[in-house]
Write a protein that binds this ligand. Sequence first.
Ligand SMILES: Cc1ncc(COP(=O)(O)O)c(C=O)c1O
Length: 391
Amino acid sequence: MSRELKNAWKLIKAHESYRRKTLNLIPSENILSPKALKALSTDLAGRYALKPEFYGGTKYIHELWTYAEELTRKLFNVEYVLLEPLSGHVAAILVSHTFAKGGRLATLPAEDGGYPGYEKTKIPDLIRAELIELPSSKEYYTPIVEDSMRVIEERKPELVILGGSIILFPHPVKEFSEIVHSYGGILAYDASHILGLIAGRVFQDPLREGADLVYASTHKTFPGPQGAIVLTNSFDVYEKLSENIYHKIVDNIHLNRLAAYAVTVEEMLRYGMVYAKKVVENAKHLASSLDSLGVPLKAKDRGYTESHQIILDIQDSEARVKVRDRLEECGIIADAGVRFGTNEVTRRGMGKREMEKIAKLIHRAIEGEDPKKVKREVRTLLNRFQTLKFC
Ligand SMILES: Cc1ncc(COP(=O)(O)O)c(C=O)c1O
């Protein structure tokens, strides 16, 4: 029996071709600039460096590392930065291990927009912490301020985490800051989704509002390589986190990632504000266009969103999977949330007119039009937007 052998490079190329011809609305993804992508496949991909210095051959690596830290401090207007976490999840483990190990950790439930990594059986189980779920709105995906403050006051969790995986509106950082600090707790903000919007000054700035630290993936609205960073203005927080990094949470920090990240920060310093403003404008416009076609959305009475995300209002999880699959048949990539994000289409240079077009294509896909016909129009649209902007 003969079986065709798979070929890795062919699969990589097939994937690239497929994603070039499909319209991506997954809010946790983005496309890297050609220069950042190139940095990932440089010599740095096979090297090691540690702090304090251990390996030889790293003089340029350490210079690059210091430079990336300087750029990060500048972009986010912050004093202390950690570029080591290999991903947002790793950063979440670092932060929760440091501040809530064996104690109490409070955040939004995953079904209300919190990060699923904080479900009881996941990170809390790993660090032997008790999970305290903050009462939250299923319409706006924000904590209900008074109810949550009551819970925090009663239970005094060592660590409170705001931010999340579904995030449409700012979270009550200012409101929670005083109460969490009154008993010596730490207020963290998971900005994995909205880091690019913070960099572009179009979303809340948690550190300025009273959060002790921000941690975030660098590849969702922030259009960098997959990885994560931590930001803080507190030397004490920085020191405590630093003690838990090397040989606990990471060893090799993946230096090609660091290089691609540095390139992306340079680009964001230059274009970040225009990009981020456009991302949010596009999200609002996509939402209002979908709404006018009768597609049900969350948070309509608050203008749908202040971020890159919009959320389809579909109760049943199986129905949501069907929508995701139906959209993919039509050349539109989404998740089973169903969350749509405008970060990638904005990077492609799309604007108001294209958001109206995309809304119509989504509506036609959901309404059951011949997928081939919709797919053809998706491709025609994409063909006009193959050159990345903001880089
Ligand atoms: C809010 C939030 N935090 C953390 C993560 C994990 O990030 P990563 O995929 O970089 O590990 C995610 C993933 O989507 C997320 O949505």
